[in-house]
Design a protein around this ligand. Structure first.
Ligand SMILES: NC(=O)c1ccc[n+]([C@@H]2O[C@H](COP(=O)([O-])OP(=O)(O)OC[C@H]3O[C@@H](n4cnc5c(N)ncnc54)[C@H](O)[C@@H]3O)[C@@H](O)[C@H]2O)c1
Length: 322
């Protein structure tokens, strides 16, 4: 049955893919985004281009911290679900701007929770992050692992977001799902993220900076798998639930660069630098809970996902306006 779904951060990387998938299955979608200047507004406008033409998509340019913008958002339209993706994303920049991150990711999340409470939204999904596991050395990371030692302001704000979701669930009987995304990649990935940045620099013949000795490992999750995990979690059991959405496989930074070189058909010029504050040595998701409860079934191994990303990137640079 078609639903009415509200999506914050709709113009971003994950948000724009998610809105497309919701529309494709027949839902009515209301998006909001403030075009945060973290990266070029024109990229976000381009992310929205296909959506804007769809008759079931409505978009409001507005800030989730602004109660009057939220009041105008889809006014009078009952919501079946709210998917809260808007945030200041990224670990490293959060070290330089903890106040900005807390403002959007914590206070903004409270505004969104209040909005959902007032509008009696039956299901709220919150974009959390694998970064909440901090320097966890027990691999793979499971949802019940200890997550009280974040190592970046970004991670702390995501953990705070989860705590607030739990609080609203407890106080007001809301149904909330916190989804811990593990490094997401694919077409339209944020331009500062590793796979996008390395591809761009290798193809342009520029050197790439590698932090650490190349042995750090990440669980990279393809955007198609994240989107199906988000859609699946709309049917999660009631109350407060937490799910890891990862690929549940890791690759070292050195091997990732080798994959990108192969897909680009060009060698990278590597520059090794010390690890950055806030970085963690490994991320790897235990996805058994998500498999069992929401039917999550990731299907894109990193090798295939990287080749598809490079194909998309090549096409993107030749077709985007100057
Ligand atoms: N991409 C990843 O690897 C990853 C991993 C873990 C968690 N996440 C989380 O998933 C969500 C989406 O990430 P993404 O990679 O698509 O990032 P993104 O930056 O592309 O998307 C976030 C969107 O939120 C918008 N936004 C920021 N502040 C806002 C505000 N005050 N009001 C309204 N809109 C605002 C931005 O303009 C942007 O379009 C974020 O919550 C992020 O923390 C992402």
């Amino acid at each position: 049955m078609p639903r009415t779904v509200f999506v914050t951060g709709a113009a971003g990387f994950i948000g724009s893919h998610l809105c497309e998938a919701l529309l494709a299955r027949g839902d009515r979608v209301f998006g909001i985004d403030n075009f945060d200047p973290f990266y070029d507004r024109r990229i976000k406008e381009r992310n929205l281009a296909k959506l804007s033409a769809h008759p079931s998509f409505s978009f409001l340019e507005g800030d989730i911290r602004d109660a009057s913008a939220l009041a105008r958002w889809g006014e009078g339209m009952p919501a079946d679900a709210l998917i809260h993706l808007a945030a200041k994303a990224g670990v490293r920049p959060s070290v330089a701007d903890p106040v900005g991150y807390a403002d959007v990711n914590v206070l903004g999340t409270i505004r969104v929770l209040d909005w959902a409470r007032e509008r009696r939204v039956p299901k709220l999904l919150f974009a959390s992050s694998s970064s909440v596991y901090g320097g966890n050395t027990k691999v793979p990371f499971a949802e019940d692992d200890f997550v009280d030692r974040p190592v970046s302001p970004y991670a702390a704000t995501k953990k705070a977001g989860e705590l607030l979701c739990h609080t609203y669930c407890h106080l007001y009987g809301m149904n909330v799902v916190a989804l811990r995304f593990f490094t997401v990649y694919g077409p339209r990935q944020r331009p500062e993220m590793a796979i996008h940045k390395f591809t761009r620099r290798i193809l342009e013949g520029e050197g790439i900076d590698l932090y650490g000795d190349g042995s750090s490992r990440r669980d990279y999750t393809h955007i198609d798998d994240i989107v199906s995990g988000i859609l699946g979690s709309m049917g999660a059991p009631p109350g407060y639930r937490v799910y890891n959405l990862g690929e549940s496989a890791t690759i070292s930074l050195s091997d990732l660069v080798a994959l990108i070189e192969k897909a680009c058909g060009k060698a990278a010029v590597r520059r090794f630098l010390p690890p950055q504050p806030g970085d963690v040595p490994v991320t790897c998701a235990d996805i058994s809970r998500a498999r069992n409860e929401i039917g999550y079934d990731p299907r894109t191994p990193i090798g295939r996902g990287v080749s598809r990303f490079v194909e998309w990137y090549r096409c993107e640079v030749t077709t985007r306006p100057a």
